[in-house]
Design a protein around this ligand. Structure first.
Ligand code: ATP
Ligand code: MG
Length: 254
């Protein structure tokens, strides 16, 4: 007897799991996952945000079911951090610029809907191959909050300059006002984090324009950072220049 798969549509999913007995307050951990799922649901019509299907809790385990973003043959997922660390998969300079732009657009759109991400980092950008080129999606909304209700940060005290430099090295994408002044999460804080990413991509593909753009987004003074509308326009110009006069390098494996 032959067996056939039933025809129809199906989704490959990724399951984000939290084991609640690892938390001192399990109900709070479950509540956080529910909030994260709500934020994603609110944003999942944006093309660069993974879709979310639901959350459930069974005993000490809670799970969030999301659209799987990654290689649908090997069932492996890749973050932008993986690409920067391994050079795999190899990406053209144009793909790198376009993917950066996709993430900035997603971040800008969520700000316009009143949500801060608060954890923009290469480890939270998923890449996947879509037809003819690689695309990026921003994920991990576990730290997100409303623009009107930002969380305050703890002002850290450093006993030496070395300690301060070490903190900065460990958390390079965190805006300095958060840990130096205990400033609240803000649009400018997200701009700093994405700016750090833009700088890193600029270095990787040898685009001095992207490095400069990243530098302006990571201005020490939060008020000096540009708007994301402006950043998106500049990235468009960089992309068009690269199309007409390719000067940057792609990211390649060793
Ligand atoms: N929708 C998805 N499709 C495929 N893989 C995913 C998806 N979401 C997350 N992942 C994988 O799981 C990892 C962790 O996801 P996420 O960042 O949401 O959780 P986290 O608890 O914050 O983990 P971390 O502390 O490592 O950032 C991602 O780096 C990625 O490898
Ligand atoms: Mg994460």
């Amino acid at each position: 007897m032959s067996s056939n798969l039933l025809p129809g549509h199906y989704h490959l999913v990724a399951v984000k799991t939290a084991f609640l007995n690892n938390y001192s307050n399990p109900d709070e951990a479950w509540g956080k996952m529910v909030v994260e799922a709500r934020v994603m649901k609110f944003l999942d019509d944006l093309p660069s945000v993974p879709r979310v299907f639901g959350v459930f809790r069974q005993g000490d385990v809670c799970c969030m079911i999301q659209e799987f973003i990654g290689n649908t043959f090997t069932l492996s997922s890749t973050t932008f951090l993986d690409v920067l660390l391994t050079g795999q998969p190899s990406l053209s300079a144009l793909e790198c610029i376009s993917m950066t732009s996709e993430v900035v657009i997603a971040l800008n759109d969520m700000h316009k809907r009143g949500i801060l991400h608060n954890d923009v980092a290469a480890r939270n950008i998923l890449i996947h191959h879509a037809g003819t080129s690689y695309r990026a999606k921003l994920t991990d909304f576990g730290m997100a909050c409303r623009v009107q209700y930002p969380r305050a940060h703890r002002e850290l005290t450093f006993s030496s300059l070395d300690e301060l430099l070490q903190y900065n090295q460990d958390h390079p994408e965190v805006a300095p006002e958060k840990y130096l002044d205990g400033a609240c999460d803000s649009v400018n804080g997200d701009v700093y984090s994405i700016g750090y990413g833009i700088r890193i991509v600029g270095v990787a593909i040898r685009s001095s324009e992207m490095v400069e753009l990243g530098k302006s987004c990571t201005s020490f003074d939060a008020e000096d950072r540009p708007s994301l509308d402006w950043v998106i326009n500049i990235l468009d110009i960089i992309k068009e220049n690269e199309k007409s006069n390719p000067t940057c390098r792609g990211i390649n494996g060793p």
